[in-house]
Design a protein around this ligand. Sequence first.
Ligand SMILES: [Fe+2]
Ligand SMILES: [Fe+2]
Length: 346
Amino acid sequence: MAGTLIRQPAASEPIGTALSARDLEVLRELDALVRETHLLWDQEWVGFSWRNYTFEHMQRVRALARTIAWGEGADLRVVEFAATLHDITKSYDGEIVVGPDGKRVLDENGFWRNETLPPSRSNRVTRLYDRLGLAGTLHSVSGGRVADALLEEYGYPIEFRQRVDRAIREHLKAGDDASIEGRVLYDADTIDANIGLPAFYRNIQISLHREDTQYARRGERFIDWLREHLPGYLDSYLRERIPAWIEGKERDFIPKMTTRTGRQVAAQRIARLQAITAALIAELEALEEALDRGRLAVVRYFMEHRQNPELMQQLGVLEARWADSATAPPAAELLRLIREEVEGQV
Ligand SMILES: [Fe+2]
Ligand SMILES: [Fe+2]
């Protein structure tokens, strides 16, 4: 089902051809720093993100940004560093501010205004954030500034740092004058959160977390209710909510893509998710078998294992579950497609 329209780097020409050994060493350190930074906050959920979400999101955005960068002829080095650091200050975004009318409050750029959420502990990044006086700025602005400061500490020249800073600033809103690297990052970031299988996984987490919260208010546990009513819940979730959600994303986000390659990736991922949804709905007819070996077994696992989940960890567990089957069950096919999208394939 994966498309082959877009040229991707072959195994023999890894991303490293554009990056020096020193770059790769710095990127490894930055990866560890980004993960460490998100873990300085103890909240399990803030807005639409759970604690382990943002680091995995960054890794997927980076993988997809590489693919889009190849298609667009963007500077792979700038894209690699900008993608790695694009959300480094995202954890400062607290709950979305709601006005007296119950509506989300917008800032002068049309973004939802967030409360600033301070970390519970500090590190190199939070010290930079404080020293640069970044509280109250958009995470695209603060992220660009922090990236610039970190890369300066590593000895990168000003021209390179400015290009990384700019691409990070542009990741929330890539206007007509945006750099190609900023547009690549914008498209990859938007696709990961909204379109395709990683976004479907996120939809499961957000939808069911909302149920958790509502049940908890009544002193009940949604997971107990779900165990009793799984067939009915899957039926309405897959027949009604997911198709409407995909349609909305197609309508709202395909036109927002800023590169030809990004638009192709987004369209292909929408088509794939529609086909998968149709297959999931068909599986509802033979539910018992499907919950054991079908694509629905994967969806059920995601629904029932939601304690600060990590998609990569869950993929590994599930792939091992069906690895010994003589014939790959439909569950394994869905896992393969999820892994392809996580790795940035089209
Ligand atoms: Fe972001
Ligand atoms: Fe992001």
